[in-house]
Ligand binder design. Structure first.
Ligand SMILES: [Zn+2]
Ligand SMILES: [Zn+2]
Length: 331
């Protein structure tokens, strides 16, 4: 260890590594500790299954630490809502002021752990049904610390597998043989998960979904619908909605510099798209030298479609071609 490290810091690091072992990561620059990182869980003894929340604490040691406060950040909160995070962050700020001049990382870990232990229940909604977690709900925590009603996750995984099978069957048989097997994934972060769907499926419906009043179209909702419809019409009129109908100028037209030179009075429009068109000139991958001097815009002079450039389909939507182009091989 470098002699330039303050003894208080080296003692603190040594203690952290001795106590937290693999659960703490010390990032060093030129042998000098720079960032301390650890995932904090609620205290539940050794019962990891009962830990429903967690957060990563990142402490960046400033040059003057511990005489100056380190930079502290909470990352990857799981099962914690913004309100609780704000509370913890404010307590951290107070603690940093209290502890000026002395190592503070253990104090921070303890402070965060106390808060997590008090709030060791997922807050927020089940992203599948959008109902919250209520007393009596049966829910599951995935390996990635995301929470769902068991019933909802079962339905999600069943639908995911059905979709995978349907997509697989669309592929030619040689691709079917090469396709990776179906893998359950978390609907929030797409981490691989492994859940027993049959067991999940037996769980009751979310409590709030049972007690919720039946849906009815209120005057307020009708007014909102009208407002949104007007907004959509406005966006469509301005060409801001990609793929809405086939009328109007194409949202993205791929041209070459010669197209631009030749497009004299054409450039049809004060549309923002025309700027985009120019910006994209020369991105064409298939390199057809173009002689068609048609301006983008008017339906009769629309340039010949030359195929998508990487990662975009013919309407300029990202993703459908290029990556995963092989008939949309399911993942
Ligand atoms: Zn749910
Ligand atoms: Zn997840």
């Amino acid at each position: 260890m470098s002699t330039t490290v303050d003894e208080r810091i080296s003692d603190e690091i040594e203690a952290l590594e001795a106590i937290l072992m693999d659960d703490v990561v010390i990032k060093r620059v030129n042998d000098v500790p720079h960032i301390i990182e650890t995932v904090v869980h609620p205290s539940t003894g050794d019962d990891v299954d009962q830990q429903f929340v967690c957060v990563t604490l990142e402490v960046k040691l400033t040059p003057g630490y511990p005489e100056c406060s380190p930079e502290v950040r909470l990352r990857n909160p799981r099962g914690l809502d913004d309100e609780l995070l704000a509370t913890v962050n404010s307590q951290i700020r107070d603690k940093l002021l209290d502890c000026l001049g002395q190592p503070v990382v253990f104090e921070l870990i303890e402070l965060i752990r106390e808060n997590l232990t008090e709030s060791n229940l997922p807050s927020g909604q089940c992203v599948i049904c959008l109902f919250g977690f209520a007393e009596g709900d049966v829910f599951i925590k995935t390996q990635c610390y995301h929470h769902f009603h068991s019933h909802c996750l079962a339905n999600h995984l069943i639908a995911g597998k059905k979709n995978y099978t349907e997509e697989l069957e669309k592929l030619p048989s040689w691709q079917q043989m090469q396709a990776p097997p179906y893998q359950q994934t978390c609907p929030v972060c797409r981490c691989p998960v492994s859940c027993d769907v049959d067991t999940l499926k037996k769980a009751p419906l979310p409590v709030d979904s049972v007690t919720a009043p039946p849906f009815c179209l209120t005057a307020e909702l009708k007014a909102l619908q009208l407002k949104m419809a007007a907004l959509l019409a406005q966006q469509v009129a301005k060409g801001g909605v990609v793929g809405a109908g086939d009328t109007g100028p194409p949202p993205l037209t791929i041209t070459s510099p010669s197209d631009n030179d030749n497009a004299t009075n054409g450039s049809s429009s004060g549309h923002p798209e025309s700027t985009k068109t120019e910006a994209l000139s020369g991105v064409r991958p298939n390199g057809n030298s173009s002689n068609d001097n048609l301006s983008p815009g008017s339906p009769h002079s629309r340039p010949v479609y030359r195929g998508p450039y990487r990662g975009f389909n013919r309407r300029g939507k990202p993703g459908r071609r290029g990556r995963g182009a092989a008939g949309g091989a399911p993942r």
